[in-house]
Design a protein around this ligand. Structure first.
Ligand code: SF4
Length: 260
């Protein structure tokens, strides 16, 4: 009996560091974003260092909670979701790094007709994607660096699984919005962007993409959390450079938003 309850999620526990209400950039409408702790990547430019701390480490917000607690918190905003066409976005960190916890919550939301989005690096076993696919209305999917060696050097992991999983989602007609974090000196070169364009154009007719220009807001988080940062020297891309990248995408048939 205990085992059954566990698998139905009634006893599921997971690690989160925030629940942000009234978010406007994490999918359609007014959204509540659940920030889940833990990320298998180690991006040199990480703007979310608090998502990668161990439970209780440095951050008082980082905590273990039950799925019932999270579901109750998320359902409190139902009226805003209904009025705005919004819903819940799972972010992090990497939500797919806690697959059982995620599945219990997202399945319950879908059972209540709440729109769901997962903001993901795509770095997970295909079985995990397969499992949550039926409950996911929108994938906000990061594409950072196309060259496998550079990807490994800049994020700590190979990108094969990420690209394979993206193909898998498109092949199943999943709805995807690509997020391209534009990091000067790391992935804003013509070669990387050209490779990304051909990859996306081979996958689908009209890829949806948002350029997310690097910003320095993460720096203060490193200071507050007393973690060494390797990105102090990084500057955001200029407006001109952002527009050049957008234009490059557009001339190759990809309309891109800025931010997201
Ligand atoms: S994927 Fe996101 S949270 Fe994870 S290390 Fe990279 S920037 Fe940080």
């Amino acid at each position: 009996m205990v085992l059954i309850l566990y698998f139905h999620g009634l006893k599921m526990k997971g690690n989160i560091f925030d629940i942000k209400r009234f978010a406007l950039h994490d999918g359609p409408g007014i959204r509540t974003t659940l920030f889940m702790t833990g990320c298998p990547l180690d991006c040199l430019w990480c703007h979310n260092p608090e998502s990668r701390l161990k439970t209780g480490e440095n951050s008082t917000k980082n905590r273990i909670v039950s799925s019932e607690y999270v579901i109750d918190e998320l359902k409190k905003d139902l009226v805003f979701f209904e009025e705005s066409g919004g819903g819940v976005t799972f972010s992090g960190g990497e939500p797919l790094a806690q697959p059982d916890f995620l599945k219990v919550i997202i399945r319950e939301l879908k059972n209540n007709s709440i729109h769901t989005a997962i903001d993901t690096t795509g770095y997970a076993d295909k079985s995990v994607i397969n499992d949550i696919f039926p409950y996911t209305d929108l994938f906000l999917y990061d594409l950072k660096v196309m060259d496998p060696e550079k990807h490994k050097k800049f994020t700590g992991v190979d990108n094969k699984q990420i690209l394979d999983n993206l193909k898998f989602i498109f092949n199943r007609n999943g709805i995807v919005r690509i997020r391209f974090p534009l990091i000067p000196g790391y992935n804003d070169d013509k070669e990387n962007i050209s490779e990304m364009i051909s990859f996306l154009n081979n996958l689908t007719d009209h890829p949806q993409i948002d350029i997310l220009p690097y910003h320095r807001l993460g720096i203060s988080k490193y200071k507050k959390l007393k973690i060494d940062s390797s990105i102090e020297f990084l500057s955001p891309p200029s407006d001109d450079r952002i527009q050049e990248v957008r234009e490059m995408l557009k001339t190759n048939g990809i309309e891109a938003g800025i931010g997201g």
